[in-house]
Design a protein around this ligand. Structure first.
Ligand code: ATP
Length: 341
């Protein structure tokens, strides 16, 4: 099984067995015969209701092959429901879904063989070492990804002989990804890959996702961290209350939905900025922010007013919104609209 010479633990890894349950059986063919130019995922009008709760309300999505795609949204937005439908783990109420050319609702074995799923935690045997654990899962497939390649992608080559119970949280998370990769999937679903990790471990996980991209894998990830989505994702979709409210590259979303934020402090006792400037008090007395789509004009107005009144604008700064600003604005706007209905 291609080991690197670790002393074996008490239990030998399995080898491929043609009688394994269908979910563990390997992918028998590299493709389903569909043209490689087809998107990895194509969703039209996806709906899912749990009784009276409409969790997903008519979603359209397209994910290209080799793309890292992030699904973002607040708690309860419908991300997990959507991803579980794409994985074939949940029935849909309506709409058309194609994943690698398969309808995941049909639950066919060929489809399961072509995807990898990394849940928030995978139950693995704590007394096996890293290499044995990966080999155990590789043994379920006739064409697994080579062990060395997996160790390189997840960055655990040095820990290959370490028992699972001795791994840090971040290392265990990487091992979860190794398990998802074992069968050499074309498409990997990553559920919140860095939740609970410290900043250094998060960066390690980001490197790992970038390695997956280099391997040409299509990756669908869910995350609550906007900086993570901004760093990793080629494209993101923001889902709120079961609908997609924005979609595009992180850069496009910031340019399309974002704005410029001007911050400054006027000395106590100075006149307040005139209403037309749109300056909002920001915490400490005398501190303001202006959120604007026309920064040149707003700056001219602000500095013109300040020069005229002899007001020094201390700590003047101009910055563009981040994906997090855009996310908070879009989620807030949808919730406000919902309350007005
Ligand atoms: P989180 O970020 O908290 O994981 P999410 O975006 O993944 O949230 P979902 O878990 O898909 O959201 O839930 C969407 C909606 O569907 C929520 O209102 C949730 O309460 C509801 N829901 C999810 N699963 C079920 C279920 N099995 N039965 C009934 N309602 C459910």
């Amino acid at each position: 099984m291609g080991g690197f010479g670790c002393p074996r633990s008490w239990r030998r890894p399995f080898t491929f067995d043609a009688n394994c349950p269908a979910g563990y059986l390997a992918r028998m063919s590299a493709s389903n015969g569909e043209p490689p130019s087809l998107p990895a995922i194509e969703v039209r009008g996806l709906r899912k209701s749990y009784g009276a709760v409409e969790a997903v309300r008519g979603i359209d999505l397209s994910v290209s092959r080799g793309e890292v795609f992030a699904l973002l949204g607040p708690n309860g937005a419908g991300k997990t429901t959507t991803v579980e439908i794409l994985e074939g783990h949940r029935d849909r109420t309506g709409g058309d879904v194609s994943v690698l050319g398969h309808d995941p609702g049909l639950n066919d074995r060929a489809f399961k063989q072509r995807i990898g799923i990394v849940l928030q935690s995978t139950g693995v045997e704590p007394y096996l070492n890293v290499e044995e654990t990966i080999d155990l899962f590789r043994g379920y497939y006739p064409h697994p990804l080579p062990l060395g390649e997996i160790l390189d992608v997840i960055g655990l080559r040095e820990q290959r002989c370490t028992r699972v119970r001795r791994l840090s949280g971040g290392q265990q998370r990487r091992l979860d990804v190794a398990i998802g990769l074992a069968g050499h999937p074309e498409l990997l679903f990553l559920d919140e890959p860095t939740t609970g990790l410290d900043p250094a471990a998060r960066r390690g996980a980001w490197d790992m996702v970038n390695s997956l991209r280099s391997l040409g894998k299509t990756v669908v990830l869910t995350t609550h961290y906007m900086d993570e989505a901004e760093r990793l994702a080629d494209r993101v979709a923001i889902i709120v209350e079961g609908e997609i409210v924005a979609e595009g590259t992180p850069g496009e979303l910031v340019r399309r939905e974002g704005s410029t934020i001007i911050r400054f402090k006027a000395r106590p006792g100075a006149d307040s900025p005139p209403e037309g400037l749109g300056a909002e008090p920001a915490g400490e007395v005398g501190r303001y922010t202006i959120t604007t789509g026309t920064p040149t004009h707003s700056l001219l107005q602000l500095t013109g007013w300040a020069v005229e009144r002899g007001v020094e604008l201390e700590e003047l700064s101009v910055s563009t919104s981040t994906l997090e600003d855009v996310f908070i604005e879009l989620v807030g706007a949808t919730e406000r609209d919902g309350m007005e209905e």
